[in-house]
Design a protein around this ligand. Sequence first.
Ligand code: CAA
Length: 419
Amino acid sequence: MSNRRVFVLGGANTAFIGKGSPDFIWKNHPDFGKRENPTLEQLLKSAVDQCLEVTGADPAEVQRGYIGNFVGELFSKQGHLGAALAGSHPSFAYKPMTRTEGACASGGLAMLCAVDAIRAGTDVVIVAGVEVQTTESARVGADYLARASHYARQRSIDEFTFPALFGRRAKAYREQYGVTEEDIGRAAVKAYGNANKNPLAHMRARKMDLDTAAAASEKNPCFLQNAEYAPFIKMSDCSQVSDGASAMILVSEEGLRKLGKSLSDTIEIIGTGHSTASLYEDSDPVVLSTSAHAIGQAYKDAGITVANVNIAEVHDCFTVTELLMYEAMGMCDIGKAGHLLRDGVTDIGGRLPVNTGGGLVGFGHPVGATGVKQSIEIWRQMKGLAGGYQVPGAPAVGLSVNMGGDDRTVVVGVYKNQG
Ligand code: CAA
């Protein structure tokens, strides 16, 4: 493999919005009827413009682009998003731009394509991700998102297919390891608490305390119809149905010179992992084996172990997923992740802060943008740009884990801060 180095020069996220966000226009909003929520086209352009501004990259130097998106055709009646990226800035005209799709890992795949392109000789690449999901109700949206499962076999598990698939995992995890609802509820409290410090987060204005997160109630109901899994997923356990976009610039050393930037502006991608598992089979519900495989591959690629990681962004599509991710990372034995949350290990001030901006539960989950957002968040933390949720000190090594479907497609990045 080529030994060309790959750097994240920087990037930007739009606000992630949807139901529960003060910025989201819906029938009780004071601006209802006066203005509308941004479209996919507007979100993408906004992320690209902000990315170019934040990085100071000359768009004329961008040689190619990749964009992650899962189901633009369904929510926005818009496919062909490589051409949408080309249309998001005049300087991108006629440059090669490609869409990547791997369900909720679509953004991570866009990053991986850019890494490959740079290793193959390209110097400056734009990586974007976008998803709009609020054009339909959560129930109709759940049917669209269910296309990330094996639809023919798994759609009937519940109208909310993905919450039910992770209800299955939560049930097995709790029953096999004596994990309590409170252990898992702490992940929601952390996610909302971090989001409350993040002005771009979907749940920036919603509070979550442990009493609410640890037991079903009228304001935090179990909502599945599937009687077996219903008790194991409440509203507060779910990632948000968000609209949003993210964009970042990846460069080679030569690209850095072309853009007049220095190494200290960047973080280096020192390792990657990419694993896929069969769509047609279920795996052990208490282990994210595909994630563990991809993480192991990325550690090996980077020459690190979990002990070296100072900050992480993991795919908490549901609260239980965050606990299973800690275990897939090797932070603790199987069944023990609850202790890490209880001891504050993954809090902003903890030994290994995870999902500092709120993760998918708090920051939000515009599916195609999520994987790109994760890399940008690591860059922002390493460069001291995370504002009210900045971790103390500058983390040296970071990890991102972006998962598609029920642990079917996983993309991992390992990042090293450049001083
Ligand atoms: N009591 C009982 N039931 C209630 C209730 C209450 N107080 N309030 C709501 N409900 C039930 C109702 O049945 C309601 O549906 P209807 O209105 O159609 O009857 C249902 O819950 C949903 O309620 P809302 O539409 O009001 O809720 P919402 O819009 O706030 O959505 C949510 C809440 C359903 C949890 C939604 O946020 C959600 O679906 N989140 C998960 C999103 C998701 O699955 N993303 C993909 C993650 S998986 C991944 O990342 C991998 C991949 O590749 C896909």
